[in-house]
Design a protein around this ligand. Structure first.
Ligand SMILES: Cc1ncc(COP(=O)(O)O)c(C=O)c1O
Length: 494
């Protein structure tokens, strides 16, 4: 099969001519043309191989043969809408349910993360009879109108954007840069109280809350890991107000966090959302997504009297692909790999933090990892330009990484789940070199004492202690900077 139809320049010209100018392209100053991909690698039109640290969509690896085969075989046989009975649909729903707490037993199949979140809102509105939605600051939940409204990541981009009166933005539970940090005695309660305050303010205005929606770990918002217990406390407040808890697992679900299949499970077994939305990894690149909820919520939606029909949602091909993805996760122990390789990557990055003043924070779970870059560890001045510099320099060295968060200064790792320790070594070794060059050019040096400033919360911490901040049970190296310097050109095995 010819992978390239036009020379790259022509592809760029045609894109400019025929594709909406606001459609985002990676590395817009010098976009890359990818013509094929396999596992965790992508290949451009000249056959150059790129290590992919970006694509959580290609969850079990690009073009996985089992997934491709399952889709092709089903396409040869039948594809039609879900108004006919088909075993793939019910089998997939059954398999998916087995990964979830028992009460989450009813599925609606849709085609994108946006569709899933939009439907989740409809379910909540119908079940509660309320209208208002509480969302987290810097959140992104999708591109349709109802979701732009609840996505500060997007509506903050518009200077004169008017926030909908039925949308309330809660503090992002960010323990590094947020209002309540690692040194706070009980950040989970403090952040949950903020949600409760919003509920009370809405009530004072005669509004009622239908739902609280949050990613189980915030991705576009800057790879934020909420403190354990936060969701339980929020759910308590939201339920008391008659609302529902929606967990958006579009980015972080399907074993990525390593210890659990779903990221909301990191909060503890006593927490179960009322609605879970899924997307991206579910079909390994095939457009497919799902909303799972309780029987009670589903019955209320039915009782509204309006039938639900979705032309492509849950078609036999999508479900065959979804089943193959679940099979591969299991067969190749990709959740286990995420735990092992993610932990390894975190340890390598922690070493970078001890060596490089620009690295302010390392946080993550499994193969969902963020490295926040700051120009100043006291003021937490975002190192936005430096983060951009790093991702462009990595690209020149054939590694694809993105920077995100409200200041676009968080290096964001969410590679296909077959990512290996060798891949982690390679990317961190290159980041190490680039950071060394940037810091040399800026004259930045590692401070001997780090003083973290946070309004009323101030503390003095030694760099070593700093390395423990986002402990996920994985130990971190206490090597000195000098030892690291001598390791610079070696593989960075902790
Ligand atoms: C957390 C989250 N929810 C929902 C969506 C929307 O998904 P889609 O682009 O498939 O509509 C995205 C997309 O990036 C996302 O990151």
């Amino acid at each position: 099969m010819t992978a390239e139809m036009f020379p790259k320049e022509k592809t760029i010209d045609l894109r400019k001519k025929h594709i909406g100018p606001s459609c985002k392209v990676f590395f817009s100053h010098d976009p890359i043309k990818i013509v094929r991909a396999k596992g965790q690698y992508m290949f451009d039109e000249n056959g150059v191989r790129y290590l992919d640290c970006i694509n959580n969509v290609a969850h079990v690896g690009h073009s996985h043969p089992m997934v491709v085969k399952a889709g092709a075989e089903q396409m040869e046989l039948l594809n039609t809408n879900s108004r006919f009975l088909h075993d793939n649909l019910v089998q997939y729903a059954q398999r998916l349910q087995a990964t979830l707490p028992e009460k989450l037993s009813v599925c609606y199949f849709v085609n994108s993360g946006s569709e899933a979140n939009d439907l989740a809102l409809r379910l909540a509105w119908e079940y509660t009879g309320h209208k208002d939605v509480i969302t987290l600051d810097n959140a992104y939940h999708g591109h349709v109108s109802s979701l732009i409204n609840i996505s500060p990541y997007k509506f903050h981009q518009l200077a004169n954007a008017e926030q909908s009166k039925s949308v309330h933005v809660a503090l992002s539970p960010d323990l590094y840069r947020g209002n309540y940090r690692q040194d706070h005695p009980d950040p989970a309660t403090a952040y949950a109280d903020d949600v409760n305050n919003l509920i009370q303010k809405a009530h004072e205005k005669g509004h009622k809350v239908a739902a609280f929606i949050a990613e189980s770990l915030q991705s576009c918002g800057g790879q934020v890991i909420p403190p354990a217990g936060y969701f339980q406390k929020v759910a308590q407040h939201v339920h008391q107000a008659g609302g529902l808890f929606i967990a958006d697992e579009v980015q972080v679900g399907f074993g990525r966090v390593g210890t659990h299949f779903w990221a909301f499970q990191l909060q503890g077994e006593d927490f179960v959302p009322d609605i879970v939305t899924m997307g991206k990894p579910i079909g390994n690149g095939h457009p497919m997504s799902c909303v799972v909820t309780t029987r009670e919520v589903a019955e209320a939606f039915k009782n509204s009297g309006m039938e639900y029909f979705n032309t492509f949602g849950g078609n036999p091909v999508s479900c065959a692909i979804g089943l193959a993805v679940l099979d591969v996760i299991e067969k190749e122990d990709l959740q286990g790999n995420a735990l092992r390789v993610g932990g390894y990557l975190m340890r390598l990055l922690e070493q970078q933090k001890e060596k490089h003043p620009l690295v302010g924070d390392i946080r993550g779970r499994g193969l969902f990892v963020g490295a926040e870059l700051v120009r100043d560890r006291v003021k937490l001045t975002p190192a936005t330009a430096e983060a951009q510099d790093i991702i462009y320099k990595l690209k020149e060295q054939h590694i694809l990484l993105s920077a995100d968060g409200p200041h676009r200064n968080v290096l964001k790792f969410k590679p296909p789940m077959c990512f290996s320790e060798e891949d982690a070594d390679m990317v961190v070794e290159k980041i190490d070199q680039i950071l060394t060059d940037i810091e040399k050019a800026l004259g930045l040096q590692m401070p001997s004492t780090v003083h973290t400033e946070n309004g009323s919360h101030k503390r003095n911490v030694q760099p070593e202690e700093n390395g423990c901040h986002h402990s996920n049970g994985i130990g971190h190296s206490r090597d000195t900077s000098q030892q690291h310097a001598s390791q610079q050109n070696k593989r960075l095995r902790p």
